[in-house]
Structure formats: C-alpha cells, structure tokens
Design a protein around this ligand. Structure first.
Ligand code: SIN
Ligand code: FE2
Length: 224
C-alpha cells in the first residue's frame, strides 16, 4: 500500500496578479478593502435606477439584470445597443458614479499597468446582477468610443466562471474562476477580446447575508 500523501497537492496560493494576456490580468481580492463602501452605494443607486432585464436587438431578454451609474449608461432594445446619458426607464440622468467606485476602478487599472497620462477615467459603470442560472454569452465590449482605455470588471457575491476568449469569436476561451472581491482588467492589445460568464451556480459566498444568492458585477468603461 502506498501513502496518498502526494495525490492531493495543496491548492496553489493565489497570486497578487494573474496574467491573462499581455494587456489583461486578474487581481485576486483587489476589491475586498472597498466592499463596505461599495454595498451601500449599490443600494442607493439601484433605488434610483432599478435593475432591469434588457431585450437584445434580436428580441431575447437577457438573463442578467442590469443598471448603470456614471455620465453614460449602456442600454439595449429592439433598435440596438448604445450608451445613453439618461435612463430610458425614467428619462432621468443615471445616478452619478459613487466615489468609492471611481477610486477602486482607478486603483485597479493602475495596478494592472494602465496608469497612463492621468490614469483611467471611466464615465460609465454597468452594474450587472446574476441569479443562479443567469449567464452572459461571449461578446466584445465595443460600443465605447475609446478603445484606448481598459475595462475594469469587479466581482461581488457568488463565485462565477469568467470566459476569456481571443480576438475571434471562435477562439477557445480560458475559464477563469472568479470569487467575491476579484477584479479583472483588460486593455491594450487585449481590449477587444471576447468574454462571457458561464451559467451561475448556486454556491455559498461571504456576502450571502447582504446579497443573497446573487453575483454583482461592476464594469467600468470609458464610453464617451
Ligand atoms: C461583462 O462582460 O460586461 C460582465 C462580465 C462579468 O460579469 O464578469
Ligand atoms: Fe463585457
């Protein structure tokens, strides 16, 4: 009989920065110090601009619920995808980008190497809410005017599997497990890589008492 000592190697310690490409990386737990400020800000902004399930130009209702904050918000209907300065549901401007959102986005971009001339200056933040079963099919973020700025994507709540593909839809995507507090940044040569999220599994997470069985994702962009 052999000892099973080496059958189960201990899990690799999580690195401070996990490269996903020349201009893309995952920053494990980077958002954790911001969470206490993010949660009340999310509550306040969703009271003004509630989550909604948008319809795609093809007529499908998205399984992910969405709202926005910042000068511009992403929206979709039968006529197409676009950024708008007002919430089509209310006709009012989107709630302003909360301070801790902006600080987190800028610090994460800088940590990923996008500190530029004066750093990342997002004018749009999409707030996505996933319930178990919700998914996001492979897509490129290309409705923004400025592809020179990176995308900063923050995961809160339930874990998810992020799909990070190539520049062609048919490139086989890498599967990147994301947990509460992780941040993914992609820009430069990786700015237009296809990406998506596998159907969310109902799993325990550290914020269950506040968020229940949901995952919230914040994506920061320079849209206008
Ligand atoms: C997105 O692609 O806009 C969201 C990605 C995510 O939820 O992690
Ligand atoms: Fe996206």
């Amino acid at each position: 009989m052999t000892l099973a000592l080496f059958d189960d190697p201990p899990p690799e310690p999580r690195k401070a920065r996990e490269a996903l490409g020349p201009g893309a990386c995952m920053l494990p737990g980077f958002a954790l110090p911001f969470v206490d400020e993010l949660l009340p800000a999310i509550e306040a902004l969703t009271a003004r601009a509630p989550f909604r399930h948008l319809v795609t130009p093809g007529g499908f209702t998205m399984s992910v619920a969405l709202t926005n904050c910042g000068a511009l918000g992403w929206t979709s209907d039968r006529h197409g995808y676009r950024y708008s300065a007002t919430d089509p549901a209310s006709g009012l401007p989107w709630p302003p980008m909360p301070d801790p959102f902006m600080r987190l986005a800028r610090e994460a971009a800088a940590a990923a190497g996008f500190s530029g001339v004066s750093g990342f200056a997002p004018d749009a933040c999409l707030v996505n809410r996933y319930a178990p079963g919700a998914r996001l099919s492979l897509h490129q973020d290309k409705d923004e005017r400025d592809h020179g700025a990176p995308i900063v994507s923050v995961s809160l709540g339930m874990p998810a599997t992020f799909l990070f593909g190539g520049l062609a839809r048919t490139d086989k995507p890498a599967r990147v497990p994301l947990v509460h507090g992780d941040v993914v940044v992609w820009g430069g040569p990786d700015r237009l890589r296809f990406h998506g999220v596998l159907p969310l599994k109902d799993q325990p997470h550290p914020l269950a008492s506040q968020l229940g069985a949901t995952r919230i994702n914040l994506t920061f962009r320079k849209a206008g």
